[in-house]
Ligand binder design. Structure first.
Ligand SMILES: NC(=O)c1nn(CC2CCNCC2)c2c1CCc1cnc(N=C3C=CCC=C3)nc1-2
Length: 327
């Protein structure tokens, strides 16, 4: 576990003033005032924290080393750190990893704090989003997916709880503890259409991970294939939920939810907008090679961007725009 988080130590240089030096010395937990708990997972606890030198707020994810080793999660921690580092220079759409450090018992990830919390909170607060609000956030989510997938990073647990909103109400994907990172030679066009060319779909011998039942794709459930298209399935579920208020596949327990997914047992409520319905139907496709976007080449999901649902979206300037009010 120590190796998973170890980062090259930045030795303080003598040329900096003492005030400046702290900026170049390896942080420890003593550099932060830990505040409220904001997240509690199987292998980590996330706190709101303040840097005592700058007063800046961060979300610090704390992982118990013994727990990670005992549950053979060292690889997941390493992948999370690698994915966050790969995304650090992407200006929008993701929480940022500023630094990591460790002590005898724990690993610490110092991440940007998304002040406005989970997208799920807003869906539940207003019941469901107006079409213009849904369109805006689906567009930002698609742009973030494009950046992530272009680097060969598959999130595998996308859901409204893991989609956060920053202080300006722009979208940030969080929690990369479940990611799969494709090998460089496999970072090809998103999920191939040619069946034998499945090499950009990573087939795992045993089911190493399954996301949250309501959003997990049939490919992840059935043939244990990790593809970018798994995230496109989750996108379809999230669009449905933003507009109707609930995810499309839901049941009293996960097993029954999995059954509904594999039987495509869902329906649209009365009044579900036609263009949104058409887009969801093109994403919730059992065969992952036939999902909208699966055949797109390059670093953008042109076939999804072109869908009429996104009529009026200014793809180049959306991150600079003021998001529509959620009401
Ligand atoms: N597991 C994580 O990496 C993680 N977990 N959280 C809090 C979770 C709360 C439950 N839903 C998923 C996120 C965070 C992060 C990344 C870094 C991160 C940055 N900002 C926030 N902000 C929040 C603000 C209010 C409520 C919840 C989260 N949260 C996180």
């Amino acid at each position: 576990a120590s190796q998973a988080a170890a980062a090259p130590v930045q030795t303080p240089t003598s040329t900096h003033s003492s005030k400046e030096t702290y900026r170049h010395t390896k942080r420890t937990a003593k550099d932060y005032i830990f505040g409220k708990l904001i997240g509690d997972g199987c292998y980590s606890t996330v706190f709101l924290a303040k840097d005592i030198h700058t007063g800046k707020e961060y979300a610090i994810k704390v992982c118990e080393k013994s727990h990670i080793v005992r549950n053979q999660k060292v690889q997941y921690i390493k992948r999370e750190k690698d994915a966050l580092n790969m995304l650090f220079n992407v200006p929008h759409g993701f929480v940022k990893l500023y630094c990591t450090f460790q002590d005898e018992e724990r690993l610490y990830f110092v991440l940007s704090y998304a002040k406005n919390g989970e997208l799920l909170h807003y869906i539940n607060k207003v019941g469901s989003f107006e079409l213009n609000v849904a369109k805006f956030y689906v567009a930002e989510l698609l742009l973030a997916l494009e950046k992530m997938h272009a680097k060969g990073i598959i999130h595998r647990d996308l859901k409204p709880e893991n989609i956060l909103l920053d202080e300006n109400m722009h979208l940030q994907i969080a929690d990369f503890g479940t990611v799969k990172i494709l090998e460089p030679e496999k970072i090809k066009s998103p999920t191939p259409t040619v069946p034998e060319d499945q090499d950009s779909a990573v087939r795992s011998r045993k089911i190493s991970f399954v996301g949250t039942a309501q959003y997990v794709s049939p490919d992840l459930l059935q043939n244990r294939v990790d593809t970018r298209a798994s995230d496109l399935w989750a996108l379809g579920c999230i669009i449905y939920q933003m507009i109707s208020g609930l995810p499309p596949f839901r049941a009293s327990n996960d097993f029954l939810t999995f059954q509904k997914i594999q039987k495509m047992d869902y329906e649209f409520p009365e009044g579900f907008p036609a263009e949104a319905k058409d887009l969801v139907e093109k994403l919730l496709v059992l065969d992952h090679t036939k999902r909208l976007g699966s055949s797109d080449t390059g670093d953008t999901y042109e076939s999804i961007r072109r869908h009429p649902f996104f009529e009026g979206i200014d793809w180049e300037n959306i991150w600079e725009q003021t998001p529509p009010k959620i009401s």
